[in-house]
Ligand binder design. Sequence first.
Ligand SMILES: Cc1cc2nc3c(=O)[nH]c(=O)nc-3n(C[C@H](O)[C@H](O)[C@H](O)COP(=O)(O)O)c2cc1C
Ligand SMILES: C=C(O[C@@H]1CC(C(=O)O)=C[C@@H](OP(=O)(O)O)[C@H]1O)C(=O)O
Length: 361
Amino acid sequence: MGNSFGKLFKITTFGESHGPALGVILEGCPAGLSIDESFIQSEMQRRKPGQSKITTQRKEEDEIEILSGVFEGKSTGTPIGIVIRNADQKSKDYSHIADKFRPSHADFTYFEKYGIRDYRGGGRSSARETAARVAAGAIAKLLLQEKGISVQAFVSQVGSLKLEKAYQELDLNKTEDNIVRCPDPETAERMIELIDSVRKDRDTIGGVITCVIKNTPPGLGEPVFDRLHAELGKAMLSINAVKGFEYGSGFDGVSMRGSQHNDAFVKEGDQIRTTSNHSGGIQGGISNGEDIYFRVAFKPVATIMQDQDSVNEAGEAVTVSGKGRHDPCVVPRAVPIVEAMAALVIADYLLLSKSNKLAEI
Ligand SMILES: Cc1cc2nc3c(=O)[nH]c(=O)nc-3n(C[C@H](O)[C@H](O)[C@H](O)COP(=O)(O)O)c2cc1C
Ligand SMILES: C=C(O[C@@H]1CC(C(=O)O)=C[C@@H](OP(=O)(O)O)[C@H]1O)C(=O)O
C-alpha cells in the first residue's frame, strides 16, 4: 500500500535514499511506444541532486538502467522495470539523529507507524524516491508527445518573491535557462540570490510551482470521485514537502462574482472553446480542451543547519541540528517531479477514456 500510483498506466516505486538502489515498475504502457532513453536520462538530469549551488550537494548521476519491457527501442506491453543505483550516500551524517526526530521531517511518523526506521537519509521518506517517478514520468511524457500534449512546469514563487506575470505572458521554453527554473530571467536572478542568502543563513525557504498542460483533448476525466483535478491534486500532494494545490482560479476565485468567473463558450472552427479559463481546463472533473493549469505550494525544507529542540525515541528532550547535504529550497528540483506526476495522470486518463462512447469501442 502507498507505493503505487495510477489505474491503468500504473507505477510502483521501491528503494531508499541510502540503500543500494531505487527503482520503478511501470505497468500498462501500451506496446509500440518509442522509448527514447536519452530523453528519460535528460529528465533525470533536471531532478538530480548536486546540480547547482542552490541544491543539495549530494553527487548522483542518476543513470537509469532499463531492465525489462523494452525491445529494440520500443515498449513491448510488458512491465517496464527501471533501476537507479545510489552512489554517494553519506550515512554518517545521520548517525547523531539515529534515535532523534528531526522537526517536521518524517522521522517521528515513520517510527510511530512501523516501530522501525531507516534513519539514513530519511530512508524511504527521502525525496530521492522521486527519481523513480521522474523516470516513469518521462515515459508518460513520450506517450503524451505522440498525442501532441505537452506538460511544462516552472518556479513561480520563492518565499514571498512572486513572479507577477501570468503563464501566457512567459516563454516557458526559457525555464531551463537558469538554475532556479523560472522563465523570467530578472525574477530568476532575484530568486537565486534569495535562496543563496537563506542557505548562507543556514536556513531554508519554500516556494510555488506552476504547471501548464496543453492540448489535452476534451472529455478526459472521470465523474464524481476520480475527477481529473482530484487525481492531479492527489499526484501533487503525494510529492514530498507539498502543502497546497490549486487549479484554475483556485483560492483567488473566491473573491470573484459568477459574472466575472464564468468562462463563456464560443464556436471556433469546428471546436467549442471558452473565452476565459478560470475553470483551469476542467469542468465537472472532465477536461474541456482548454489549458489545464495548477499551482503547487512547497514548504521550507525541514532539515536546517541550526540547533532545534526535539525529543528522542524515549521521549527525552534533545537538541538536533542538520548535518550534511540538504536542499535550501526544493522548488528548482521539484519542477521535473511536478511535470512527471502530471504526465502520469494524463497518460492514465488517456487510457481510461478510450471506451466511454459506444461508437468508439
Ligand atoms: C526535490 C525535493 C528535495 C528535498 N530535499 C530535502 C532535503 O534536502 N532535506 C530535507 O530535510 N527535506 C527535503 N525535502 C523534503 C522532505 O523529503 C519531506 O519534508 C519529508 O519527506 C517529509 O514529508 P512532508 O514534508 O511531505 O511531510 C525535499 C523534497 C523535495 C520535493
Ligand atoms: C538525494 C536526494 O535528495 C535528498 C533529499 C532529502 C530528503 O530528506 O528528502 C535529503 C537529502 O538526502 P541525503 O542527506 O541522503 O543526501 C537530499 O540530498 C535526491 O533528491 O536525489
